[in-house]
Design a protein around this ligand. Structure first.
Ligand code: GLU
Length: 623
């Protein structure tokens, strides 16, 4: 979505990264950090490194040496440079994510959180890091209600300190660098610091996102100062610099992430959330985060979810994300529909394919909303068991008719007798979108799938004074009040609790070999997008980039299912409507990235062809 500001920037970063990451590193052993930091080499000499080649923004690239896919060419290039210089997939993922914090500041950055799923080639295991934001220790389950027990106004909570959770992104980067990486954060954050300093060229997507947020950004003078330079939306083609964010990265590099969790940067963050500085006459809810909350924060290593699909192992993100479970259950349901009808997904026509996709994801959402949240005893194993899916399919699936919404949730009690009646109905909450995703694979076979967010595009709208980054509004991912009266809701707010997410970074293994990794932004639609791209590629025979580009349908158990225009206005939509599915049109769903690991050490990186202005897929050595 952004192009470079300076023609020299790409080669500058490449040279800097190369200077730093001198020694090729084995997959999982830490290489010594060179004594000379990039900072010492980057300054005036930068202009002498010759003309840069602007990285082309292409949605698919095949080759060897490693691969990176993200929404942004500068970010993908930075990841490729890290791989070229001997860094591994974790190193490149961190550097790419940090760069996205600069060029996609409304979607991701150090004020937010995210989830990393990682295939570690040395141990042949998939592991995950949970860098989800947490609620303050004083947050209660009625915090988002008024005195009468009614939900507070959603928009008023979003644009306030009350929605801000303790950021997890810096802690995730630190943990990933320590556990999987071969380089220090001090090195890995340097290219992003440079990018923030030098700036990038504003494109239409960035300008539009700024316009969309302009009114609420104007509530907070520091956000105006940072993101509306001169008081207006930056013009397309102008260079956008963020020296304050460069300072934030420099602070993290030189003082470590403790600067945020224990130091001055954290003080500024807490102050911004608790006492947001607002425009004259504007009053917003104060936040509750304390320095103690920051000190308590940990990025957590968690066991991934796993399900099998057509002989492949599909790994995803466990609770507090619902992504791994809901994508896995959807895939199990697709298998169950195949067994029930005697017709595999690969053999049905396109309308029947879309019908099965919609029924599967809507059913999975019914179960997600009832059973998944950051609570004890989420029945993960049961929700992912094929027998549970078989029972759900038997109860609910009709190849000719869409089940009326809301589909009732099931009872994952381990006793599956075939077609027991479903347990009860639960509603689906509306969710907003503002996130980014990246995929990296390296030449040693490590794979990083990483989704990161500040929740809505523009987060809470609050910029931390002097540090140029936006604070998340992730706590609005909690349900403000129980979704359905009388039905327990595992996703109410709670002290130190992590709001339920839909982020679905996914890695697919064939035996012990990773073959595919993918993920997407898009709030709750992430689950349907990841499922649809998987099915498009694995069952419908679409090349990866076409599976990503294919028109999307997102059925999440709400009254209507969202369809992109080619489905909504075309014959497929008409046929689905005839089957009873209520559709609504939506211009664009998600912005996926993926990498396929081919035989012989080759890779296919893939990204969007047009959504969000198109993505950027790169490999180290193109064929
Ligand atoms: N906050 C959302 C979640 O965790 C992500 C928002 C988005 O993708 O835009 O599911």
């Amino acid at each position: 979505m952004v192009r470079r500001a300076s023609r020299n920037f790409s080669s500058l970063v490449a040279v800097c990264v190369a200077l730093l990451l001198v020694a090729p590193a084995p997959a999982s052993t830490a290489a010594p950090v060179p004594a000379i930091g990039v900072a010492d080499r980057s300054g005036a000499g930068a202009e002498h490194h010759g003309p840069a080649t602007t990285p082309a923004k292409v949605p698919v690239m095949i080759g060897s040496g490693g691969a990176v896919a993200s929404v942004d060419a500068d970010a993908s290039q930075i990841g490729i440079d890290v791989l070229k210089a001997g860094g591994n997939a974790a190193d490149a993922a961190i550097a790419t994510a940090a760069a996205l914090g600069v060029t996609e500041p409304y979607s991701a950055g150090i004020g937010g959180g995210g989830f990393l799923v990682y295939y570690d080639a040395a141990s042949r295991t998939v592991r995950t890091i949970d860098g989800r934001e947490t609620a303050p220790a004083t947050f209660t389950d009625t915090r988002f209600t008024d005195g009468a027990g009614a939900a507070l106004d959603f928009t008023s909570v979003v644009n306030s300190g009350l929605s801000v959770g303790v950021p997890g992104t810096p802690a995730l980067w630190q943990r990933a660098a320590q556990v999987f990486g071969t380089r220090s954060l001090r090195d890995l954050l340097r290219p992003a610091e440079l990018l923030a300093q030098r700036g990038f060229v504003v494109d239409e997507t960035y300008a539009q996102q700024t316009r969309d947020n302009e009114a609420r950004f104007r509530l907070f003078p520091e956000t105006v100062r940072t993101f509306l330079p001169g008081g207006s939306v930056p013009a397309v083609g102008s260079t956008f610099r963020n020296p304050d964010m460069a300072l934030a990265y420099r602070t993290l590099r030189l003082r470590g992430v403790d600067a945020l969790y224990e130091g001055r940067l954290g003080e500024a963050l807490v102050d911004a959330a608790r006492r947001p500085r607002t425009a004259p006459g504007v009053d917003v809810y104060p936040g509750q985060i304390t320095r103690g909350d920051l000190r308590q924060y940990r990025a957590l290593l968690r066991e991934p979810t796993r399900t099998t699909y057509r002989g492949l192992d599909v790994y995803g993100m466990p609770v507090p994300s619902s992504g791994g479970i809901a994508v896995g259950e959807s895939l199990n349901l697709i298998e169950a529909y195949g067994a029930q009808t005697g017709q595999a997904l690969s053999d049905v026509d396109r309308v029947q394919y879309l019908h099965r996709l919609a029924e599967a994801t809507a059913t999975a959402f019914a179960d997600r909303n009832r059973w998944i949240g950051d609570v004890r005893n989420v029945p993960t194993r049961q929700l992912l068991s094929q027998r549970f899916a078989d029972e759900r399919a038997c109860q609910l699936f009709d190849p000719a008719v869409a089940h009326p919404r809301p589909i009732p949730f099931g009872d994952p009690d381990g006793q599956y007798t075939g077609c027991a009646a479903a347990a009860g109905a639960a509603q689906t909450a509306a969710e907003e979108h503002g996130t980014t995703n990246l995929t990296v694979a390296d030449r040693w076979g490590n794979v990083a799938e990483y989704t990161l967010t500040i929740e809505m595009t523009g987060g809470s709208g609050i910029t931390v004074p002097g540090y140029g980054f936006l604070l998340n509004n992730e706590l609005t991912d909690f349900d403000f009040v129980p979704l359905t009266a009388g039905v327990p809701d595992p996703n109410l707010p709670g002290p130190g609790k992590r709001p339920r997410s839909s982020m679905s970074p996914t890695i697919v293994l064939d035996g012990n070999r990773p073959v595919l990794a993918l993920g997407s932004p898009g709030g709750a639609t992430i689950i349907t997008t990841v499922t649809q791209v998987l099915l498009g590629h694995l069952d419908r025979g679409l090349p990866l980039v076409e599976a990503i580009a294919a028109p999307r349908l997102s059925s999440r158990n709400g009254a209507s299912s969202q369809a992109e225009p080619p489905i909504f206005t075309g014959p497929d939509g008409a046929a689905l409507t005839t089957m009873g599915l209520v559709l609504s049109a939506t211009p664009e769903i998600g912005a996926a990235t993926a990498v396929r690991l081919l035989q012989g050490g080759r890779f296919e990186a893939a990204a969007e062809t047009t959504r969000r202005g198109g993505g950027s897929a790169m490999v180290v050595k193109p064929d």
